[in-house]
Write a new protein. Structure first.
Length: 703
């Protein structure tokens, strides 16, 4: 709330009031003397463009906050003349508090500082500018901000208005494509929006209608907040000059994560070629650029010196987080990338133990071994709490086996940036289908999946059915009677409901003679659940497909346990009982008791681990085709993707402070098939002297 009040604060200022004190008038503040030499150099280089290449764990936030506090407390710069942008509210809040703490150390009470500290996310800063310059915007009323669900609702109505089939033209795929175009600051009229990237031919038309609808609704979405601010400054020289004069010192955190639209906006504010003062300090690390899939453009940081000729470059290369072994191994790995600046991380921490490379026979052994190692370390080192252990993986689907063994070991855990496996939407959906087949009286499951995937049975229809049912008897019984002798529904609605009823009846009839895996695949095929996710094509949709693939492994592992050693005749006799036993076992696995737990093992994807650090890190599935996810390097696109995957591995490695484990399995189950896996090429890029190999790959059993 504090941040919101500060961002909404407005006042008049004298645009000529940017005279600063001579930095030699008095001794530098004590906090400057606590910096290392490169950090101090970056802090004291206040005029002109500055590129700070800040390696992992090198104290970039300490440098940034010291620089802002130095400008205010030592040089007399007004807080409102300073702009600092970052990517998350949490990071902005932390940065603001650390600056205030440094100012208070200099005897400057935060409430006495003249004007607010303009520190915030790109979206918060842009929202502030847009509201101030509302008279220049194409809106008739104060604009509202649409979140992702609002945006999707509008696109659904546009697809319907255009008479497009949602199964062929999923609104979510348009949402994903439009957001990517906005990352590149492309408007509907731009030729690239019509022909680039192999995007569907309908995109430009949908985009144009969408933009008109947004203006009619006096609304902006998250991407538009940045592109609209960019166009506002681009097209109105007076407004551009106003903010160039106001923001005399610009700071950008995590510059390697900026997209094209953010780059263009910053260029208008800070580049001399657009008439600005050129006092722009960008801080980042091209070796940690891991968000290309959501629009981040590594060229922004690689080409900074071309955009700002004569820019001063400072390298923060000392890592204060990890052991020397981890830092040197990670540095050797990332040196294989070509898209990077010439720098090398080093550490003065202890040498530490070697990186453990764990060779496993299969993915189940891998998960079980990780949990056993966590238990062993907590027993050997009682001072280690569970939240000091982190398990990283490339896709969320990989968490399932680790979760299973953590539950068995009664170790609490938290999935960071996601849900537990059995809490994920697609898993709840397929479980609801199976529960309804097993027990048609289950009204909760019935209501959950009657329109999943979308089959034109909306909330109005469901409310009407609910009202007619009136909680009298089982909902399925009432529904079945209504489908035979319709009195509430008619026309197209009745036809859709009857089609759904026939599908469920066919599954119920077939279930006693089917394996659970056969029933599961039949439901997925006949509902086109996976097909529609693949057609949507977004990263979120493809991640859901991965989770459904992993659920298939859950089913097959259950059947292997239940049917091992049985004859064909015994299996046939057991089939009618399988679904009930499967649902019972998986339901018990869904809700572990973590009430009152103070600490827990941290599970997350590699993308979610950025900015975090842990004493002990496990990196799972370091295998070709999984991590790195790129299968080859023949094309330029493949090579760029491989370099981003290597950066992702580098980020994962440099999260570890003391112990790092990297594991791979010889076999991994994919849609029911046990596939042979090859160790990732990354292992060949890490010098052997930094690695201790523990080969369990020939273990026939468990432990």
């Amino acid at each position: 709330m504090m941040m919101d009040r500060e961002l909404d604060f407005d006042f008049d200022w004298n645009p000529e009031d940017f005279q600063v004190r001579d930095e030699n008038e008095r001794p530098a503040p004590a906090f400057v003397n606590r910096l290392n030499d490169p950090q101090r150099e970056a802090t004291l280089t206040t005029e002109g463009p500055l590129l700070v290449l800040a390696g992992a764990g090198s104290g970039k936030t300490k440098m940034l906050t010291s620089r802002i506090a130095y400008l205010v407390s030592h040089l007399g710069v007004r807080p409102w003349q300073i702009l600092a942008v970052t990517f998350t509210n949490k990071a902005a809040g932390e940065m603001r508090e650390r600056v205030y703490a440094l100012l208070e150390e200099q005897g400057m009470n935060r409430h006495e500082v003249q004007g607010p500290l303009d520190i915030g996310t790109f979206h918060a800063i842009c929202a502030r500018i847009l509201r101030r310059e509302a008279q220049k915007l194409p809106f008739t009323k104060p604009f509202v901000i649409y979140d992702d669900s609002d945006q999707l609702s509008l696109l659904k109505s546009i697809v319907k208005q255009m008479n497009l089939d949602e199964k062929i033209y999923p609104p979510k795929s348009f949402q994903y494509a439009i957001n990517r175009l906005k990352c590149d600051a492309l408007e509907p009229s731009d030729p690239l929006a019509k022909t680039g990237r192999g995007i569907d031919r309908k995109l430009s038309e949908v985009y144009e209608i969408y933009q008109k609808a947004m203006i009619e609704n006096n609304a902006v979405d998250f991407g538009e907040m940045i592109t609209l601010t960019y166009r506002l400054l681009r097209d109105h020289a007076d407004i551009r000059e106003k903010y160039q004069r106001r923001y005399r010192y610009i700071h950008v955190d995590e510059y390697q994560d900026t997209n094209r639209a953010q780059y263009l906006l910053l260029s208008l504010l800070g580049s001399p070629k657009h008439g600005s003062h050129g006092n722009i300090c960008v801080v980042g690390d091209e070796d940690q650029s891991i968000y290309g899939w959501r629009g981040a453009d590594i060229r922004n940081i690689l080409d900074f010196e071309r955009e700002y000729p004569g820019a001063h470059v400072v390298k923060l290369e000392q890592n204060y987080r990890s052991t020397q072994t981890i830092v040197e191994a990670a540095s050797a790995l990332i040196a294989n990338n070509t898209q990077r600046k010439n720098k090398k991380l080093f550490s003065e921490q202890e040498v530490g133990c070697r990186i453990a490379r764990i060779q496993c026979p299969d993915d189940r052994f891998e998960a079980e071994w990780v949990v056993r190692e966590i238990k062993r370390l907590t027993q050997e080192y009682p001072e280690l709490s569970l939240d000091e252990f982190a398990v990283f993986y490339r896709t969320h689907a990989q968490s399932r086996l680790v979760e299973e063994y953590l539950r068995q070991a009664r170790l609490p855990y938290k999935v960071v940036g996601g849900l537990r496996f059995f809490d994920r939407k697609e898993i709840k959906d397929v479980m609801a289908y199976l529960r309804l087949v097993y027990n048609s009286s289950d009204s909760i499951s019935f209501k959950r999946i009657i329109n999943v995937p979308a089959r034109g049975i909306g909330k109005t229809t469901l409310d009407k059915l609910d009202g007619a049912w009136g909680q009298q008897g089982a909902l399925w019984d009432f529904f079945s009677k209504e489908m035979r002798e319709p009195s509430v529904f008619s026309g197209k609605t009745l036809k859709k409901l009857q089609e759904f009823k026939r599908a469920v009846d066919s599954w119920i009839d077939a279930q006693p003679s089917m394996l659970v895996s056969e029933l599961y695949h039949r439901i997925l095929d006949e509902t086109r659940y996976v097909e529609e996710l693949k057609a949507e094509g977004s990263d979120e949709a493809l991640e859901r497909v991965d989770n459904l693939e992993e659920f298939n492994s859950v089913v097959l592992e259950f059947e292997e346990r239940e049917l091992q050693g049985l004859s064909k005749e015994e299996i046939e006799r057991r089939k009618p009982l399988l679904l009930g036993r499967f649902l019972e076992q998986t339901t018990l696995a869904e809700s572990p008791d973590t009430e009152g737990v103070a600490t827990s093992v941290q599970l997350m994807t590699f993308h979610a681990c950025k900015g975090l650090e842990f004493p002990v890190v496990f990196m799972l599935g370091v295998e070709e085709g999984l991590f790195p996810s790129v299968h080859g390097d023949e094309s330029e696109e493949d090579r760029e993707e491989l370099e981003e995957e290597r950066r992702l591995c580098y980020v994962g490695m440099t999260r570890a402070r003391e112990r790092l484990y990297m594991s791979h399995a010889s076999f991994r189950r994919v849609w029911g098939d046990l596939l042979y896996q090859y160790p990732a090429r990354f292992f060949k890029e890490i010098p052997e002297k930094f690695v201790e190999v523990r080969d369990f790959s020939k273990n026939a059993g468990r432990f």
